[in-house]
Design a protein around this ligand. Structure first.
Ligand code: SF4
Length: 333
């Protein structure tokens, strides 16, 4: 994994915040809007060719983080730098250029495809936007080659999305994301709407394409089992905060944060005897509202280790490249 640390840094995120003003629910119109802190101070580095798994419950901010990286959600503060260039505060042209290198795959494969366009037109759309002078024949050739690469028959090029299964629609989404030969693909829960058998096929396809094209992946999922086989490093998020970040080995074999330990205890073990005897650590209570998060450590209302100091002091993510954790009672080193 030290090999990874020596690779080129593609993406730098420093103290990123995405806050939304919420006007609904006010008793009187002159009352100031409340603030929803969807992402609240996340920092990380992404290296060329690596896969970063991002996990956490619904509402933890993982999808908002992904959308802020690509400029689909407006960051309130912090820094998002692509290949050393800070993108926040830049004009649409700078974002457009960066999106040439960064593409996204969405959760609902069918809903993310325009039903009025043929799959050939859908896959070709980014090429037509970024390379409007490319000859039609070359566009068609590239689309056909990409269809083969993602396991779709090129003679289906004139069909419409509704004629395909969920797994095939996700392959179309992947082909569209890859047609510009980006350096990073952000996969926002790309398999959660698919059957388990199809999930494995899509994950295997992404891994194959990553090897062939040297892609970096940010792979978002709501549990650790899904990202287990694909991640070089894992980021665990809770209520807009990064609570643990480390290499696959460290996070899976030595989870430090009580939240990660609870998530890990729910990951199925392939050994039937160990699976039968394992103790699942259930989390008490609901995820608090990001409009009114707990003081101090945001996990304290559900943490079995919480003490008095946890209500007063917000822990920082501390550690090193291999393993960092945000907890007042755990020393990562
Ligand atoms: S800082 Fe306190 S409440 Fe937060 S995870 Fe650590 S022990 Fe639990």
């Amino acid at each position: 994994m030290s090999e990874l640390a020596e690779k080129k840094v593609l993406l730098e995120i420093d103290d990123l915040k995405v806050h939304f003003a919420i006007k609904e629910g006010r008793q009187w119109f002159w009352q100031p809007p409340k603030t929803l802190k969807a992402v609240d101070g996340v920092s990380l580095r992404l290296y060329a060719g690596e896969t970063l798994g991002v996990v956490g419950e619904s509402g933890c901010g993982k999808s908002t983080l992904a959308r802020a990286i690509i400029g689909l959600a407006k960051a309130t503060a912090g820094r998002v730098a692509w290949l050393g260039r800070d993108l926040l505060g830049q004009n649409e042209d700078a974002w457009r250029q960066a999106r040439n290198d960064m593409q996204m795959i969405f959760q609902d494969p069918l809903a993310s495809l325009n039903p009025r366009m043929t799959i050939g037109e859908i896959i070709a759309e980014p090429l037509r936007t970024y390379h409007p002078k490319m000859p039609r024949q070359e566009v068609k050739e590239r689309v056909r080659n990409m269809m083969i690469k993602v396991g779709l028959l090129p003679n289906l090029i004139n069909r419409y999305p509704h004629e395909f299964s969920g797994g095939q629609c996700q392959r179309i989404g992947i082909a569209r994301a890859l047609i510009l030969e980006p350096k990073l693909i952000i996969c926002d829960e790309p398999v959660s709407a698919l059957d388990v058998s199809i999930q494995a096929q899509v994950v295997n396809l992404l891994q194959k394409l990553q090897r062939e094209m040297g892609l970096a992946l940010i792979f978002i999922a709501h549990d650790l089992a899904v990202v287990k086989h694909i991640s070089d490093r894992v980021l665990v998020m809770y209520l807009g905060h990064a609570v643990e970040l480390g290499t696959y080995d460290e996070v899976y074999h030595n989870p430090l944060h009580p939240y990660t330990r609870a998530l890990m205890s729910a990951v199925p073990i392939p050994d039937p005897d160990r699976e039968k005897n394992k103790v699942i650590q259930l989390l008490e209570g609901e995820l608090p509202s990001p409009i009114n998060p707990p003081s101090g450590c945001v996990f304290r209302t559900r943490c079995p280790m919480a003490g008095e100091e946890c209500a007063k002091t917000a822990p920082l993510l501390e550690g090193n490249f291999r393993h960092a954790v945000s907890c007042l009672k755990v020393d990562p080193l």
